[in-house]
Design a protein around this ligand. Structure first.
Ligand code: SF4
Ligand code: SF4
Length: 279
């Protein structure tokens, strides 16, 4: 039975797609975004033990080369995440589809569906397929929240099964995308076209950055022309909370102005995007 690393589960999330949703955050991501708000989801734990020493409550121990996390002792101070040199979390658990399904069953009457996020959830396609088949039987919808690093054209069964993909397009310019994420955006743009052709683009997201007006405009202009009125476009204002030192050095300890994001939303609307939202 396949088990995958799960960073955390949220029973009720109003921000991970339409309606109240059960959200699943998987561990591991091929990107290294400078402004990532969940950098502890990037790598799998190497069991180095640094966090074991740092935990003030003795909630962590190292046994037979693995980290054991005792949730009953944890006070959620996140010291372990701050000291981890590996962009990881000792609280990650390997879970099966059955285990997640039983958690969803408990909250089923109160949610519209589930959203699988990360990390990058498309790293685990067979797991998602099995999970979605079971969740669909419950009469719930299934959304994928993805950075677009994996080609969805190779995951057609999963795409057909899901109700939509919320896709990050972090930058339209490839060099700038590499600077932001460490990887090219070629597959991301290919995914944008593919998901549009499959009518599975639930939402596109771009983080609006401080200091990079040209890049913001270039991305919003090009993405909005591509998606037109076929998808929601969410412009997310950069906020410094949770951003690691590297990102703070690049973008500063600031929050992007709402009025600036509104001007970019207007540009998207002029290009035919009807559903543009700012968060
Ligand atoms: S959040 Fe991490 S450091 Fe804090 S008590 Fe829990 S396991 Fe320990
Ligand atoms: S979570 Fe980080 S600090 Fe803790 S054992 Fe794993 S890699 Fe080391």
């Amino acid at each position: 039975m396949e088990k995958i690393p799960i960073n955390r589960l949220i029973d009720f999330s109003p921000v991970d797609g339409t309606g109240n949703r059960f959200a699943i955050f998987v561990q591991k991501c091929p990107f290294r975004c400078l402004y990532c708000h969940n950098p502890e989801t990037i790598n799998e734990c190497s069991a180095c033990g640094v966090c074991v020493e740092a935990c003030p409550k003795g909630a962590l121990k190292k046994e037979s080369g693995a980290i054991i996390y005792d949730e009953s002792k944890c006070v959620g101070c996140d010291t372990c995440l701050r000291v981890c040199p590996n962009l990881s979390s000792p609280k990650t658990r390997y879970m099966s589809v059955e285990e997640i399904e039983s958690r969803i069953t408990r909250v089923r009457p109160f949610i519209r569906g589930i959203t699988v996020s990360g990390g990058e959830c498309a790293l685990y396609p067979s797991f998602l397929e099995e999970l979605f088949i079971r969740v669909k039987r419950m009469g719930l919808t299934c959304l994928i929240d993805s950075n677009g690093a994996k080609p969805f054209k190779d995951l057609e069964y999963l795409v057909d099964l899901c109700d939509g993909v919320m896709l990050d397009v972090k930058a339209y310019d490839d060099d700038f995308h590499r600077k932001l994420t460490s990887k090219s955006n070629a597959v991301v743009i290919e995914n944008l076209d593919y998901l549009l052709s499959k009518n599975k683009l639930e939402e596109v997201r771009t983080v609006i950055l401080p200091k990079y007006d040209d890049q913001n405009r270039n991305t919003v202009d090009n993405v909005s022309r591509i998606i037109g009125n076929k998808s929601r476009y969410k412009l997310i204002r950069y906020r410094y909370y949770g951003v690691r030192e590297e990102g703070l050095k690049e973008f500063g300890k600031v929050i992007v102005d709402e009025s600036y994001a509104q001007a970019l939303a207007e540009l998207a609307r002029k290009n035919g995007c009807v559903d543009v939202v700012i968060s």
